[in-house]
Design a protein around this ligand. Structure first.
Ligand SMILES: Nc1ncnc2c1ncn2[C@@H]1O[C@H](COP(=O)(O)OP(=O)(O)OP(=O)(O)O)[C@@H](O)[C@H]1O
Length: 618
């Protein structure tokens, strides 16, 4: 049989196959929905995602496809036990996430699949132990078992360097193997009783403590229980009483101190992307409480004032972002600084927080806004940055008081952003998201419109849940698909920033729920406009008429689209993105390299053959 005949037999076992109606057309197999083919038209995979498919996955028939190396049925309605994929020994990537598969996965389910690199089983109903054969895969690079019912202990994995690793929201328990202790806590969150690094030590888990019946005989236990009950009642009563007194005291105390701050902030309660011109005066002492905690300077050249100076500085609210308020403070006989309050930086303890801030403070690059100092008081953290004279890029692009940014200024801005990002990636290679919160309100402009990145490097200290909800990098599509961002999520943000800069459109206005729960976004809008060949309509009217620049503007648009590839594998890595941005010139015709991204490659969601083969072979 030919591949086409085999695939038609495979289709018969599926239900709800309407999305595959074009299968069987006379045209080349590679043009059928869901086919993955290389440039030479050899078929190598199936990508049947978000299609409402169900029924049986006929592995016997798939086995007859000699070149099949990648198989994906993400987000369909398949149910029942895990199909016997182990027959497909050539498979390199297996994506079954977001279906209704269930039941124990046999220990030998992945036996012999020596080439398998990527296994995505997230959000199904799989149970039983994590199969030994999975842990023994020699080349495993990405593993996502999130949101299943896997139980028991985590086995020792043969492979140590994972790119994606997620076991969260299962029923796993017991100590985490030492070799996985460097993983993020979020990889293990939502399990029954996992312990040891990166979670807390196993000795904290009650089951490990000696049980009272092992120590005391029956009659002693009864007397003991009674005594414990009395002690508990007394302690609870004392604690409740003390808390009520303390709360009353704090309430009265805060009412006296908070008034000015609250009044001023009410006038600014809306997210103020238009910058600081409408801001009102506030009393910083209402937020930065004096007396406890101290201002820690992270750079020698930024000292010269102390906490008292900061508290008595005249301050205005610049805006209230997703983490708290941001103030501009003019220190008497000192610098003008920006104080940003963060309420959800609880991922690490005080010591680690201090070390991380010292490290951020040691970064120096013309396109990074220097962190000057930080202040740490229990739940509240304040970061002090230099004030940037020209406000944020967002305020210029979208604010009521914004100015007209020419094409040449926009190009200068994006080049600076790319350089700042490259510096962060080189200096934070071990971080998952060296920036993590790249967006136009976090790009500020100095007196000569040189851009400076701000709020970088904070993912590591930010509470996971808050990061997931609000940080820009968590808006990348892989987060809705696989639940976790990766290094390329910053590249997604860079792409969105490029598109925002060129179109003048605010990305959040394009967020709506599309098919399969994914967010449609500015990238999708640009994609559609370009595909309809209305490129003239894509550019911001303020730069549209730029003479001799349209070719280069189009070149930058294509770069933005390559940074916004929906699939992480086909999205550019940061180095490539930065290098391509550097190549863009202000005027057309200065060089002839614009053909490096062909018109045909512009569709940002579809993977070209070469791109996908890169992802499965790399
Ligand atoms: N160092 C700075 N110099 C000048 N303006 C700044 C500076 N830092 C922030 N701003 C501006 O102050 C305003 C409020 O900033 P804030 O960080 O609170 O909000 P945001 O960036 O919109 O949200 P988020 O909390 O998600 O970062 C924004 O317009 C921002 O661009």
């Amino acid at each position: 049989d030919t591949n086409a005949q085999i695939l038609m037999r495979f289709k018969v076992s599926l239900s709800n196959g309407n999305a595959l109606n074009d299968w069987g057309n006379e045209s080349s197999l590679c043009s059928w929905t869901g086919m993955l083919c290389r440039a030479d038209q050899t078929f190598y995979g199936l990508r049947l995602e978000h299609m409402g498919l169900g029924g049986k996955i006929d592995v016997e028939t798939l086995f007859e496809l000699p070149t099949l190396v990648s198989f994906s049925v993400i987000n369909n309605t398949f149910e029942g036990p895990m199909p016997e994929f182990k027959k497909l020994v050539k498979l390199r990537a297996l994506f079954l996430s977001n279906n209704k598969f269930s039941g124990d996965v046999p220990d030998d389910a992945f036996e012999g699949m020596r080439r398998l690199k990527r296994v995505f089983l997230a959000e199904n109903g799989f149970t039983g132990h994590i199969p030994k054969s999975l842990a023994n895969l020699p080349r495993l690079l990405d593993l996502d078992l999130r949101g299943n019912g896997f139980g028991g202990n985590i086995p020792e994995f043969q492979q140590k360097d994972f790119r994606v690793f997620n076991l969260s929201y299962n029923q796993l328990e017991g100590p985490i193997p030492e070799s996985l202790s460097n993983k993020d806590q979020s990889s293990f969150a939502g399990n029954k009783g996992l312990c040891e690094r990166p979670m807390s030590s196993c000795s904290h888990i009650r089951g490990n403590e000696p049980r009272s019946e092992d120590i005391f005989p029956e009659h002693q236990r009864k007397g003991r229980k009674f005594k414990i009950l009395i002690i508990v009642i007394i302690v609870v009563a004392v604690v409740v009483f003390a808390s009520m007194v303390a709360l009353l005291f704090i309430h009265n105390h805060r009412r006296k101190r908070l008034q000015p701050g609250i009044v001023a902030k009410q006038g600014n309660s809306q997210k103020n992307n238009a910058g600081f011109k409408e801001s009102q005066s506030v009393d910083l002492t209402s937020d930065v409480k004096d007396g406890d905690g101290q201002l820690n300077f992270v750079r020698e050249d930024k000292g010269g004032f102390d906490l008292q100076d900061l508290l008595s500085a005249s301050a205005v609210v610049l805006g209230s972002g997703s983490f708290g308020s941001t103030y501009k403070a003019v220190v008497l006989n000192g610098p003008t600084v920006v104080v940003k309050r963060f309420r959800h930086m609880n991922n690490v303890g005080k010591q680690e927080f201090n070390e991380h801030m010292q490290r951020l403070g040691s970064l120096t690059h013309p396109n990074l806004l220097p962190l000057a100092a930080f202040y740490h008081r229990n739940e509240d953290k304040f970061l002090v940055y230099d004030f940037a004279e020209n406000g944020s890029l967002a305020s210029h692009l979208h604010g009521r008081n914004g100015s007209v940014l020419t094409w040449s200024t926009r190009l200068k801005i994006i080049k600076g952003v790319a350089r700042g990002l490259a510096y962060l990636y080189e200096n934070f290679p071990e971080q998952n998201l060296p920036h993590g919160h790249l967006k136009s309100s976090n790009v500020v402009l100095d007196h000569s419109f040189e851009p400076q990145l701000t709020e970088y490097g904070l993912v590591a200290v930010m509470s996971n849940s808050h990061a997931q909800k609000f940080m820009a990098a968590y808006k990348a599509p892989e987060v809705s698909q696989f639940g976790r961002p990766n290094m390329k999520s910053d590249v997604w943000c860079l792409g969105i920033l490029i598109l925002e800069l060129l179109t003048g459109r605010f990305p959040a206005n394009y967020l709506r729920h599309g098919k399969g729960g994914n967010n449609a976004d500015l990238a999708t809008w640009v994609d559609a406009v370009v595909r309809e060949e209305w490129t003239g309509e894509v550019f911001d009217k303020d730069i549209l008429g730029t003479r001799n620049g349209e070719g280069e503007m189009l070149k930058l648009l294509r770069i933005g689209m390559f940074c916004c590839k929906w699939s992480v594998e086909s999205r550019w890595v940061w180095r490539e993105a930065v290098a391509k941005i550097e190549e863009v010139k202000e005027k057309d015709g200065e060089d002839d390299s614009s053909s490096y991204v062909s018109e045909g490659d512009l569709n940002s969601k579809t993977m070209t053959e070469d791109e996908f083969s890169f992802s499965v072979t790399s």
